[in-house]
Design a binder for this molecule. Sequence first.
Ligand SMILES: Nc1ncnc2c1ncn2[C@@H]1O[C@H](COP(=O)(O)OP(=O)(O)OP(=O)(O)O)[C@@H](O)[C@H]1O
Ligand SMILES: [Mg+2]
Ligand SMILES: [Zn+2]
Length: 462
Amino acid sequence: MKDPKLKTVYVCTNCGEVSPRWMGKCPSCGSWNTMVEDVVTPEPAAAKAGGSARREGVTSITARRLSEISTTEEKSRILTGISELDRVLGGGIVLGGVVLLSGEPGVGKSTMLLQLCGAISRQHSVLYVTGEESVRQVKLRAARLAVPQENIFLAAETDVDEICGLIEQQKPDLVVIDSIQTMRCADVSSSAGTVSQVKESTARLLAVAKTREIPMFLVGHVNKDGAIAGPKVMEHIVDTVLYFEGDKMLPYRILRAAKNRYGSTNEIGMFDMTGRGLAEIANPSQQLLEGRPMGVSGNCVACTIEGTRPILSEIQALATKTNFPAPRRASSGYDYNRMNLLIAVLEKRAGYFFGNLDVYVNIVGGLRLQETACDLPVCLSMVSSLLDRPVDDKTIAIGEVGLGGEVRSVPNLELRLKEAERIGFTTAIVPKHSLAHLDAAEFPKLKLVGAAYVQDAIRGLK
Ligand SMILES: Nc1ncnc2c1ncn2[C@@H]1O[C@H](COP(=O)(O)OP(=O)(O)OP(=O)(O)O)[C@@H](O)[C@H]1O
Ligand SMILES: [Mg+2]
Ligand SMILES: [Zn+2]
């Protein structure tokens, strides 16, 4: 029988809003179908009354002077040795920092964290708590990944208070919880994975992490519709939120920070999923351009800045005669609306008509190009496919295209050109205005061609 003290409420999985009845649309954040059922134990009356029992001027806590709190940078971080991960974290793991690693099922979250444990276990002791797999399964994975096993301690447990006790007893240097959705607090009545369990479990683990200064990684599942307690409600609580993304069909995995209290959120880390685990991709441009078809129309190389790093990526476009009443337009890895806008510019300003053609744009390698600096190469690849005239294989194009068809300057042009030169490109089409600010002597192997309008760049097609 249900405990009469328990109350059924509905909680928004997106923002945590609590409502006594179910609603299709969350009144707080406005998202649809995010309310899920949950049960809560009412707070005792004394706790509700808040400060009423407080005696004036009496406290058990003290505040410390900011200048007296010691933080030597090298002591407050642990370098993992996996440089792609360190980069995304903002220079290693922060002591006492709680990181939420989320991603779709099977993307490689457990793999990544086990490899992380292996990497730092040479100098530090690690506690890996799994609520999803048996210790034997984790052992099998560890053997496949060939991680050192001496300093990694495993526990298959889901009770948060037991885990907190274990952490306090063992005092590991790093804790991994795989996953937060399987954890539960015995005194919270709802089942594991509900918003209240996830929130409470996170809060208790966080408290231990902060007081003991033990860094902690939590795995959080996301599902496509965000049905069960998605990690969204936890994003406010934890220090860092990382998203591990990847196409199932491609071996590349991209790690991004969506929130980072201790670093920039612009950096990405790139990994390759292999049978022996995740391998770092130290030279993404090279990797992304590998096996690129040469002399084929519709292809153009773009350079995008991810964080502080320039990355070259291939854009493919295909313009073919349509079999539909209205031509199809589709893009993958590139903004659909931006593509339509560029088609409109090409039609109106440059006189290239795509009216009865289907147009497809694809970014090879699973990268998402969001920068306007990729406008010019996208235009070039589309026109190249339309005219069936290839862009020169050793030419790269950089520039934003305005509604007037003008090629506008972009930030970090030198950085992009340096990368293009390093990879072996010989010609770079750049905004004409930017030529004045560039020192050609800095790029001895690169011929710089200025384009004032998108037509100027198109004229260069073979
Ligand atoms: N023997 C293997 N050879 C190659 N790749 C493998 C092998 N075993 C697993 N993988 C890769 O590892 C991926 C699963 O990794 P992992 O279990 O770390 O994912 P996860 O994100 O933790 O998944 P879940 O959400 O189910 O916990 C698979 O999708 C597959 O790509
Ligand atoms: Mg897993
Ligand atoms: Zn909401």
